[in-house]
Design a binder for this molecule. Sequence first.
Ligand SMILES: [Zn+2]
Length: 89
Amino acid sequence: MSAMVCTDCYFAHHYGAHEHDGEWFAGESDSPADREPLNKLAGYDLADDTDSETGDGIEDFSWSSCDGCGSLLGGSRHRLAVFETVTPQ
Ligand SMILES: [Zn+2]
């Protein structure tokens, strides 16, 4: 399974995200994310699935909704590999 996620979710995957005064910030970004990054993928293991040399897995611009947070804002999309986590019984 894979997901196409917005820049905020992509940064949140690599650098984490934090909430401040009800707004979410991914990585070191000063501008708030549209919504909580990666909230739709909580509970899954994620891995970067892009190739910056070939551009594989990277869309420069898309209006498709982000698979990570549901944002409808246009922007670049990055592909993440999504793995089901095995929950210990
Ligand atoms: Zn997103």
